[in-house]
Design a protein around this ligand. Structure first.
Ligand SMILES: [Zn+2]
Length: 299
């Protein structure tokens, strides 16, 4: 009689395990499909970048945790036809628990340390795929660091200067329309020289030398690897406060010279005297500044 009761219990237990294996496999599949469809339907690549950055690893974790439950259930269905035996039942449940935990743990590690480098490639593709101007349908061009400053306000430039964010400026050559996108500078991890994972992040930045009007400053970024704990420090130059380096005509680059009608240079002397000069193009202005000598033009 007792043995019969236990066999009924075992039947019910196996039924639950069958359902759990199926239901959690379906849940995993649904979560995965929902994510894929959601990502595919976000047309704006910047919005897609943000969504994937925020959600992809979290979502995949849920998928693998659900699959871990499926794994546990499947192991608990192993050799289901035999008679109930406490030790057999207990050992099987314990092994199921261990294997499922290991499964969840291994995929958690993969998502934490290996997957970010794969994700990085995908995110770069979203970030650097040429944007399309919604008004004209024209393909836009990503401006270089030198070119983009014209389009960024002072706050944005200061933010970039402090390395906490990156602004991408997309430019429509035909209409001059601009699309500005903001990306986190710190959050993107670099590859660690020691372990090779993409887990190197900036933990601290210090300015060791403030830039002056004429001299470059120095900034040291301290990195630490989340995986192996190795530490790196790298030195960066901070551009001098001088807006345009007039000694070097190549520095006088503008977003698109065709859009420039004329250039006006105002020179202000220490005594408050001002002089204005107008030029037709950047080269003329650069040449003028190169040869400029205040003593010679003073009244
Ligand atoms: Zn490392």
């Amino acid at each position: 009689m007792e043995q019969n009761n236990m066999n009924d219990f075992l039947d019910a237990y196996h039924n639950v395990m069958e359902w759990a294996a199926l239901v959690f496999a379906v849940i995993a599949l649904l979560i995965f499909l929902y994510h894929k469809i959601k990502v595919a339907t976000i047309a704006d690549l910047k919005a897609r970048f943000d969504y994937v950055t925020e959600n992809e690893i979290k979502t995949y974790k849920l998928v693998f945790y659900s699959l871990a439950v499926t794994v546990f259930s499947l192991i608990n269905l192993y050799a289901r036809s035999i008679q109930f035996d406490e030790i057999w039942f207990g050992v099987r449940a314990f092994i199921g628990f261990c294997v499922a935990t290991l499964f969840g743990y291994v995929f958690n590690l993969i998502l934490k340390f290996y997957y970010p480098s794969k994700l990085d490639i995908k995110l770069k593709r979203y970030r650097y795929t040429p944007r399309v101007n919604p008004k004209t349908g024209n393909k836009m061009r990503l401006l270089s660091e030198d070119e983009e400053d014209v389009h960024l306000d002072e706050g944005m430039q200061a933010e970039e200067e402090a390395f906490s964010v990156d602004y991408d400026v997309w430019y429509d050559e035909e209409t001059g329309d601009v699309k500005i996108e903001k990306y986190p500078g710190h959050l993107t991890a670099l590859q660690c020289n020691n372990c090779g994972f993409y887990t190197m992040k900036v933990i601290r930045e210090e300015i060791v030398k403030q830039p002056t009007d004429t001299e470059e400053g120095e900034l040291i970024k301290h990195y630490e690897c989340n995986y192996c704990g190795s530490i790196r420090a790298t030195q960066f130059h901070i551009a001098s406060n001088e807006v345009i380096d007039h000694r070097d005509p190549h520095m006088l680059r503008f977003a698109d010279q065709r859009l420039i009608n004329s250039i006006r240079v105002e020179i202000i002397a220490n005594d408050g005297h001002k002089k204005n000069y107008t030029f037709q193009n950047v080269e003329q202005a650069a040449k003028f500044l190169e040869e400029f000598d205040y003593e010679k033009v003073i009244d």
